[in-house]
Design a protein around this ligand. Structure first.
Ligand SMILES: *Cc1c(COP(=O)(O)O)cnc(C)c1O
Length: 400
């Protein structure tokens, strides 16, 4: 089997949705993965900000094994203990009061929107409209494509479900102007991952929060990418100095086992029995995995570790910018970091990094994104920067 040409198999069998990188990963451990030829790579993609504890962390593996032997799934007609233990842990460590579990980021974001619409019907005369901002990313269902204010995702699937207005990012006045009697919520990412790690002005979220309070509308924060320690606090909202009414989580929550969640303040938790549901959502296997991950992140102060190594990484990248004009700007928060290049050569750099044993993500034509596991050490950071220096120097030579 290992001799098969997997890219050829994929080309014949799989929907042509993904622009894949020519690498077949067969195994992972900690910060490293191995391909089908036995070559090793340092992983700074982390499954798109998912593998927070790295690959096959013993704590996660043990939790999955134990739960798999005990109870994998029941229906949500019944109480199950991992679901409620995970709920308790998330609520204890966040500003929210109630939770609903589902299976992915998009499902969590869409669930949050349904909750906001329910709130609008009950508390704001049937208000239903959600304001979202430019270059946001909220996932790939039809409704979340309407929420995701990016032309390239929207134009293919029109007509999109109504009830979303997309306004300019990082300009509070744009949200004020778009607010009307139909508005029930504003939905934002505290910092935008998919847009290339864009961080808004420090007063942006506080001003939007104030506005939502004054208007009686809800603030939904989509922390699918920024949550679970990624930015150096358990949730990014802690550093923004605002509390959301609804918080959306997924990616890192179970370090690779599929799970999503949305949490809400009590006053926004307006669902009644039958209003929303899920077959798999909150099942014992996924929740036992998430419970082990979140407990580990909290007990080992992983957010503190992320601040330290993330700071080192950004400092080293700034060093590269001084050395190599091909690198233009480095920005980020914790271990969600981007390097902007002076031309649209991010795909060259990504491939060259791959050949040097480093996995990185091309997030824009001129931008590389790094989302390594949160257990990355100083040595891992230095190794990645050393490879990047070699790669950027050679790309720079080729492009001048
Ligand atoms: C990845 C992501 C999503 C979608 O998550 P899926 O699990 O792919 O559905 C939604 N919002 C944000 C901010 C994301 O980064």
């Amino acid at each position: 089997m290992s001799q098969k040409n997997w890219p050829e198999v994929e080309a014949q069998l799989y929907m042509k949705t993904f622009r894949r990188i020519p690498l077949t990963i067969t195994r992972g451990e900690g910060m490293r993965v191995w391909d089908d030829q036995g070559r090793m790579y340092l992983d700074f993609v982390g499954g798109w900000a998912v593998n927070v504890l790295g690959h096959c962390h013993p704590v996660l593996v043990e939790a999955i094994e134990r739960q798999a032997r005990t109870l994998i799934h029941t229906s949500n007609q019944f109480y199950t203990i991992p679901q409620l233990e995970l709920a308790a842990l998330l609520i204890q460590h966040s500003c929210l009061d109630r939770v609903f579990f589902c299976n992915s980021g998009v499902e969590a974001a869409e669930g949050a929107v349904k909750l906001a619409r329910r709130y609008g019907k009950l508390q704001r005369n049937g208000a239903y409209e959600i304001i979202t901002v430019g270059d946001s990313f909220h996932g790939r269902t039809l409704a979340m494509t309407a929420a995701t204010a990016q032309e390239k995702y929207q134009q293919l699937y029109t007509p999109l479900p109504p009830g979303f207005v997309n306004v300019e990012w990082n300009r509070p006045q744009a949200i004020f102007d778009a607010t009307g009697s139909h508005t029930c919520a504003v939905m934002l990412e505290p910092l935008q991952g998919e847009a290339g790690v864009r961080i808004p002005d420090p007063d942006y979220l506080p001003l939007v929060r104030q506005w939502c309070d004054r208007q009686g509308i809800l603030l939904i924060l989509d922390e699918v990418q920024t949550g679970i320690g990624r930015t150096g606090s358990l949730f990014a909202y802690e550093q923004a100095g605002v509390e959301p009414d609804i918080l959306v989580l997924a990616k890192g929550l179970a370090s690779g086992v599929p799970i999503g969640a949305f949490l809400a303040k009590e006053r926004a938790s307006v669902f009644q029995p039958g209003d929303h549901g899920s077959t798999f959502g909150g099942n014992p296997l996924a929740c036992a995995a998430a419970l082990a991950v979140v407990a580990y992140i909290i007990e080992h102060d992983i957010p503190g570790h992320v601040r330290q190594v993330g700071g080192r990484f950004l400092e080293r990248l700034h060093g590269l910018i001084h050395e190599l004009p091909v690198a233009r700007e480095a920005r980020g928060c914790g271990l969600l970091v981007a390097l902007v290049l002076n031309k649209d050569i991010a795909s060259d750099v990504t491939l060259e990094c791959l050949h040097h044993g480093l996995l990185v993500n091309q997030v824009r034509p001129d931008t590389i994104r790094f989302m390594p596991p949160l257990i990355a050490t100083d040595d891992d950071i230095d190794e990645a920067v050393t490879i990047l220096r070699t790669v950027l120097a050679s790309v720079q030579r080729r492009n001048t």
